[in-house]
Design a protein around this ligand. Structure first.
Ligand code: SF4
Length: 287
């Protein structure tokens, strides 16, 4: 490759991004961009028609993803990405609907929507970037902040028990559950590919602590060093019992694919049920 070629070289994600919106708003060293790259790679490898993919985000740093991807996308209100995605899926079951948002949005503000979409086994893929706090609004303690960690609303350390997202997802009914760090690029890509291909409710949690607020307040380093710390602390345990996956402050981090099971989706269950009741008079929907 000549120097001229290098200067002309395009961003490999260009096909998937609205380049007119770049540069993005994310802080240097934040892992959200890395997760977006894995998502783009998963789309490329899945070879799915991009016209059939929709991304829905809520509010927060990760919520900005919807504005950057070159797909049909919706930046919805705080905590409401999942009900919005549910509506899209039911209106057009051919779509591959992806919710891409943060832990505060999906599990704090929108926690109730998460558990009910998982309970119904709604056929959507949820990618949750877990940054351990409410970043966009100033680093407040969140439902995922580890016990003992400092936050702007927990200056003496957090004492609230936090959610284990994989445990919550499995208990609520999800059929695919995985957790990685942002530096597990290929693993995140593979999990997104699997989730896109899986009929049912999928959760992929990606750990990437907020470098600007959480890490600075807790004096945990910055940039690549921070991401590498969590990558090095992680232990891959596919199929691990989700009851054992709590995240302790700076402790061991269990990652892997924990759940991958078959269960009728919401639409399939509805079609089966209504056919039993109405027989030939019922026209199956979306299958
Ligand atoms: S505030 Fe935190 S989560 Fe938000 S973009 Fe910056 S580093 Fe990332």
């Amino acid at each position: 490759m000549t120097k001229e070629d290098r200067l002309e070289a395009k961003n490999p994600s260009e096909k998937f991004l609205r380049m007119d919106r770049i540069p993005h708003i994310w802080c240097p060293g934040c892992g959200i961009g890395t997760v977006v790259t894995s998502f783009n790679e998963a789309l490329k490898k899945s070879k799915i028609d991009l016209d059939d993919v929709v991304v829905v985000s809520g509010i927060g740093c990760t919520g900005r993803v919807a504005g950057y991807v070159k797909l049909d996308s919706f930046h919805s209100t705080h905590g409401r990405a999942i009900p919005f995605a549910t509506g899209l899926k039911l209106a057009n079951p051919n779509l591959n609907v992806v919710v891409f948002s943060g832990d505060g949005d999906i599990f704090g503000i929108g926690g109730n929507h998460f558990i009910h979409a998982a309970r119904r086994n709604m056929d959507i893929t949820v990618i949750c970037v877990n940054n351990f706090n409410y970043a966009m609004t100033g680093g407040q303690v969140a439902a995922t902040t580890p016990i003992g960690a400092n936050a702007s609303t927990a200056p003496y350390g957090n004492f609230e028990f936090s959610f284990s997202l994989p445990y919550l997802a499995e208990a609520a009914g999800a059929t695919y559950v995985a957790r990685w760090t942002a530096l597990h690029l290929r693993r995140v890509t593979k999990s997104i590919q699997e989730a896109l291909a899986k009929p049912g409710f999928s959760l992929i949690e990606v750990i990437t602590p907020c470098v600007t607020l959480y890490a600075r307040r807790n004096r945990l380093g910055d940039g690549l060093n921070l991401l590498k710390y969590y990558y090095d602390k992680s232990v891959i345990e596919h199929g691990a019992d989700t009851r054992t996956l709590d995240i302790s402050y700076q402790g061991k981090l269990v990652v892997g694919k924990f759940i991958d099971k078959e269960k009728p989706t919401f639409l399939h269950a509805m079609n089966e049920h209504m056919t039993k009741i109405l027989g030939d008079k019922f026209v199956k929907y979306g299958e």
